[in-house]
Design a protein around this ligand. Sequence first.
Ligand code: SF4
Length: 342
Amino acid sequence: MSDEDTDRPQCTVDGLWTYLHCPRRYELAHVQDLAAEDGATETPRLEPLRRALCASLETGTTDPGALVDAATDRLDAVWPDGDDRFHSHTQRRHEKRVLEATVEAYVETVGTDHARGLERLREAADGEFVGPDRPLRAPISLPETERNRSVAVESTVDYVTADGASLVGVRFVPTTVPLGLLRYRSSWEGDVAALFTDHFDPDAERTDPDAVGALLETAVVLEGLRELCDRLGLDERTCRYVLVSVADRSNVSVDWVGERVEASVDTVDLTEVFLDHHTFGMTHEHRNRTVENRLAETLAALVDGEFDPTPVWDRVAADACPDCEYAVCCADRLSREVAFDG
Ligand code: SF4
């Protein structure tokens, strides 16, 4: 982190997501630092897979069999025999088979290509490219009306690789289902642009905080990758952001009689739905002026302490309140419940 960064207001992508769902929740979680009620959704397959797949990429091998072996060895290490989360040995053995099948699917679908890209990247530059949780940090300038102000926003990827002339940040996620429409579109122009604009329009009925959050996150990650390129002296690279889902139960099929498990992984290159061709034509970078302007405005509101959810109450009440882990200590929600009861 540079001295300049330590002087800037700080924010993480997680915080940005929280603010997007509800500004009051951001205040309770990140400003007042209150502990949430324990409502975390568990994705027990994600963590061992992230660690195992990163360990296999860290070996430097590009051989598919060696990648699978290295990941499987790490799975054995991070899943000790004494693990008692499972009801029975049979269930435990089944879970392990699902993880091993997912490793094979990952290596076959993208892992080998990404290992080769990583090899080329290591030849081109010195750096640590494999996590899990490699931090990226980028200063995001606030709107032009607030000259000279910026926020240092931290994001993470699980590893960085190369694909042709692009530097690619990759993050493992449990599933890509929350991306909704973004999974089925390959360009910004059209319904993705409309979805994004509608979300911030108080008169529009449609809101989609998960898809909008993914687009804002893409803007932050791409800026972090551009900063990494500059720092490593990797000129003339465009940047891309890819999600790989490794723990989606609908991607697993089981033959209980033959005791065989097959798995697949989904990849979503968010750069495709993020970049708008007009901005790309002007900058020759994977950018989107609409998303980046909205990101700057959202960060300005966040660092200026705009936490009152009233202006966006209908959206917050419908999307965020029902499963909010701060509901018991939230005056906004409690006061509305009392008003309704009275
Ligand atoms: S209960 Fe609703 S208004 Fe209160 S912090 Fe949670 S999401 Fe926001």
